[in-house]
Design a protein around this ligand. Structure first.
Ligand SMILES: C[S@@+](CC[C@H](N)C(=O)[O-])C[C@H]1O[C@@H](n2cnc3c(N)ncnc32)[C@H](O)[C@@H]1O
Length: 291
């Protein structure tokens, strides 16, 4: 399954004009690319680095990851480790269900399928806006069991293309901030109504995280499309969609990878890790549900 993005061949890389929500894919892609350049990466996604290089994207649009004032490990920790946690959730699911469907919502240019390496019996679907999927098809290698769907997730029809009779792992990394609460609730209900059973995993945005996204100068490139108010109670989605049940809440402040952070960051993280409320507020949280 391992493949290099070079397999996709030479491409003409004139980027379309992206909206801030679409542009945000370069923040996560860039974070994973920078992680892969570390001597001991958290995630080690070298394909992300190949894609950024191939596109020639200017990461200085995202000072959070491009600044030279912050330790290189600390800068990429949240992005790389949350991708790693989500990969693990997906990997465990496809191990238990080799006939599964994996649905990646707001896939951007993420090559999760190349990191997870599911068996070929798994049907993998990456969904993002048509402009993003067009670029994706230029820079990511193709695999027989992977389909890309260019669609606005808020529209209902794209879901018709997906099977309705297979256990399904739904995953979303970095999407939640860009969908209104109303659309998120409608989407959740549509997904749960479409698939017979499965899991849903995503990184949560608390109200504080959303406030930071909107007000931090470092996030100016994407702040304009941050439309979700965030939520603080991980059980809230259970009330939004009947049949959804919280399985686990993973705080990155408590991740084993914290041990590899530089001293000050490590101590701050360990201090925050003592409290659930503080962990939710200052660090990334990955939520996992079953339905
Ligand atoms: C922060 S990026 C994350 C991309 C990717 N998951 C990753 O980890 O690199 C958010 C992604 O969500 C996509 N997105 C946001 N709203 C969407 C919508 N309504 N329909 C489809 N994709 C959407 C954006 O185009 C973007 O690619």
């Amino acid at each position: 399954m391992r493949a290099s993005s070079r397999d996709a061949g030479p491409v003409s890389l004139r980027l379309p004009a992206f909206t801030p929500a679409q542009e945000s894919l370069f923040l996560t892609l860039g974070g994973r690319a920078l992680d892969s350049r570390l001597p001991r990466p958290f995630l080690g996604d070298t394909m992300a680095d190949e894609i950024v290089t191939k596109i020639g994207y200017d990461l200085s649009k995202f000072p959070t990851i491009s600044t030279t004032r912050v330790d290189p490990r600390a800068k990429v920790f949240e992005i790389a480790v949350r991708a790693k946690r989500l990969d693990e959730v997906v990997r465990r699911f496809v191990l238990r269900h080799p006939d599964a469907v994996v649905l990646e919502l707001g896939a951007g240019l993420d090559g999760r399928v190349f990191r997870v390496e599911p068996p070929p019996t798994v049907g993998w679907y990456d969904v993002d806006f048509p402009q993003v999927i067009a670029l994706r098809s230029q820079v990511l290698p193709k695999l027989a069991n992977v389909r890309s769907i260019g669609a606005d997730l808020v529209e209902p029809n794209w879901l018709d293309e997906l099977p309705t009779d297979r256990p399904t792992m739904i995953v979303a990394d970095g999407l939640g901030a860009f969908i209104t609460s109303h659309d998120f609730v409608v989407l959740l209900n549509r997904l749960i109504g479409h698939f017979p059973s499965g899991e849903l995993a995503f990184n949560a945005y608390t109200t504080y995280a959303i406030w930071l996204l909107k007000h931090s100068r470092a996030m100016a490139a994407i702040a304009g499309d941050v439309v979700n108010p965030g939520f603080n109670d991980p059980r809230q989605p259970e009330r939004w969609a009947d049949g959804l049940e919280l399985v686990s809440e993973m705080y990155l402040t408590r991740a084993p990878e914290v041990a590899e952070l530089p001293r000050t960051w490590r101590l701050a993280s360990r201090l925050a890790a003592r409290s659930q409320a503080v962990s939710r507020m200052v660090g990334t949280v990955v939520l996992r549900y079953r339905f």
